[in-house]
Design a binder for this molecule. Structure first.
Ligand SMILES: *[C@@H]1O[C@H](CO)[C@@H](O)[C@H](O)[C@H]1NC(C)=O
Ligand SMILES: *[C@@H]1O[C@H](CO)[C@@H](O)[C@H](O)[C@H]1NC(C)=O
Ligand SMILES: *[C@@H]1O[C@H](CO)[C@@H](O)[C@H](O)[C@H]1NC(C)=O
Ligand SMILES: *[C@@H]1O[C@H](CO)[C@@H](O)[C@H](O)[C@H]1NC(C)=O
Ligand SMILES: *[C@@H]1O[C@H](CO)[C@@H](O)[C@H](O)[C@H]1NC(C)=O
Ligand SMILES: *[C@@H]1O[C@H](CO)[C@@H](O)[C@H](O)[C@H]1NC(C)=O
Ligand SMILES: *[C@@H]1O[C@H](CO)[C@@H](O)[C@H](O)[C@H]1NC(C)=O
Ligand SMILES: *[C@@H]1O[C@H](CO)[C@@H](O)[C@H](O)[C@H]1NC(C)=O
Ligand SMILES: *[C@@H]1O[C@H](CO)[C@@H](O)[C@H](O)[C@H]1NC(C)=O
Length: 401
């Protein structure tokens, strides 16, 4: 008793000093156990980054600080089953959770603001317990998780939104108003239903393997917009007026290999910077862009459709490749390519073909077409930019995966 009374104040001073230094240290601190985590209880904020290392196991609770000045990383801690904090409201760096095989609970009671979220390879995490709701994050990556919902994230603007390989995610609704770099959806739950009721502009958007997409407020895509290998039946963006930049020829619009697609409705679309490509949409019987005037690259439609409805064409800087298995009338387009100069690049338009192909993917082999028109190099159709646009997105995907 007596000894303890004497020792207590000295001990308290030592912990206070220790707490002071772990709270203010700017170098990354590593936590390998709940005991290490408990040392932060007296910190009101932590200046640097915190790493929960691979040695940590079981339930880890990091209570004390309301702000983390750097990153909060839980990486490769394959024995961690839950992670929580009832105090952290802001992470000024990245909230990075990766390779956490057993993690089944992530509870951040106060969290509202994070610079970036990167949740990767979390095969047991079914939901996010973010009751305060994260309303600010400039970049969000959710990849290879068990998540069936992203409820808990409700941001109004992001630079990057990457959601891929989450096989249980079947619904995604977001109040995001703009996406300043790119949104990519790929290989999530079957028929993922995506809804962006308030999105007005996005730099680039790529949808792969999705079930439906709702973009009622979308007005501008500054870069490229593409729908690939999806089960969407209808794609509509009735307020969309431009994709890409006609002046610079950058930014393409693509609909490729959507085997259930029967209806594309972009009735206000006036301008496409790069190429406008429609290919391998088996059930798409009609193509109509009633307001389309300017195309900086090529128009490239192939499939089984009636004569495309393009009544407003004014300036197609690239080529024109339209190939259909059905009978189509190319008269108007032929005049636009020769007499009026509306279509400036290479021209190929043919119906009743047995097999069709798009630019850069081979040559036509239409048996019913006795003319042996060759499309030549894709470049002369002005399709190079489309390929370049795709590789930029592909590069981004690789970077983030
Ligand atoms: C993950 O942790 C294991 C075991 O601690 C280690 O051998 C491995 O190198 C770590 N991997 C990474 C990517 O940190
Ligand atoms: C998301 O935030 C908006 C305000 O930006 C709010 O109106 C909406 O109710 C929130 N939704 C959810 C699901 O929290
Ligand atoms: C981006 O969207 C947010 C939320 O809708 C809005 O407040 C902001 O003004 C937008 N920024 C731009 C540049 O459009
Ligand atoms: C995209 O276009 C919108 C509307 O014209 C504009 O407000 C926004 O600044 C542009 N964003 C980028 C990244 O160029
Ligand atoms: C679409 O645009 C019109 C005209 O600018 C506007 O009145 C309407 O509110 C917009 N719709 C949506 C869902 O943003
Ligand atoms: C997205 O679009 C912009 C044009 O607004 C472009 O500059 C940028 O390179 C594109 N790609 C990505 C991955 O953001
Ligand atoms: C195509 O979709 C638009 C918008 O959803 C709808 O108004 C239109 O009736 C549809 N057209 C056909 C032929 O189904
Ligand atoms: C369309 O499908 C064919 C056959 O699978 C393929 O060779 C071609 O590259 C596809 N076109 C596009 C634009 O992906
Ligand atoms: C092309 O579409 C027509 C009309 O829908 C249909 O009758 C025909 O079977 C289709 N041809 C092929 C090869 O899919």
């Amino acid at each position: 008793m007596f000894t303890q009374k004497l020792l207590l104040p000295a001990f308290a001073v030592i912990t206070a000093v220790a707490a002071q230094s772990i709270c203010s240290q700017t170098a990354t601190a590593t936590i390998n156990s709940q005991a290490d985590a408990a040392a932060y209880t007296s910190c009101s904020s932590v200046a640097g980054s915190i790493l929960i290392g691979s040695g940590a196991t079981g339930d880890i609770t990091l209570d004390g600080p309301s702000t983390i000045g750097g990153d909060l990383t839980v990486n490769n801690a394959t024995g961690v089953t839950s992670f929580s904090s009832s105090t952290i409201g802001q992470i000024k760096g990245t909230f990075h959770m990766e390779d956490l095989t057993l993690l089944s609970s992530l509870k951040m009671s106060m969290l509202t603001a994070v610079k970036a979220i990167s949740f990767v390879s979390l095969p047991n995490l079914g939901s996010l317990t973010f009751p305060a709701t994260v309303t600010s994050a400039t970049s969000i990556t959710v990849s290879n998780t068990f998540l069936s919902t992203l409820a808990g994230l409700n941001v109004t603007s992001v630079t990057v939104l990457q959601v891929d390989n989450n096989p249980h995610l079947t619904e995604f609704t977001s109040n995001i108003g703009n996406i300043s770099s790119a949104a990519v959806f790929n290989a999530n739950g079957a028929d993922l239903a995506i809804s962006f009721p308030l999105l007005t502009w996005a730099a680039n958007m790529t949808f792969r393997d999705v079930g439906s997409v709702s973009l009622p407020s979308l007005q501008v895509i500054n870069g490229s917009l593409g729908f690939y290998e999806s089960s969407v039946e209808s794609i509509s963006a009735s307020n969309l007026t431009s994709v890409g930049n006609f002046a610079t020829g950058v930014g393409s619009l693509a609909f490729v290999a959507n085997t259930a697609l029967t209806n594309i409705s972009m009735n206000a679309l006036k301008s496409v910077g790069g190429a406008d490509q429609v290919a391998n949409n088996t059930l798409l019987n009609a193509i109509s862009f009633p307001a389309l005037v300017d195309v900086g690259g090529a128009i490239d439609f192939s499939g089984n459709f009636t004569t495309p409805n393009l009544p407003a064409l004014g300036n197609v800087k690239g080529g024109f490749n339209v190939e259909s298995k059905q009978s189509i009338d190319c008269t108007k387009f032929k005049a636009e390519a020769s007499a009026s100069g509306v279509i400036q690049g290479k021209f190929f338009c043919q119906g009743n073909l047995d097999s069709v192909s798009s630019l850069g993917t081979g040559t036509t082999t239409g048996t019913s077409a006795s003319s042996t028109s060759s499309k030549g190099a894709a470049a002369s159709f002005g399709v190079n930019e489309a390929a370049a646009g795709l590789s930029v997105i592909g590069g981004l995907l690789q970077m983030l995966l």
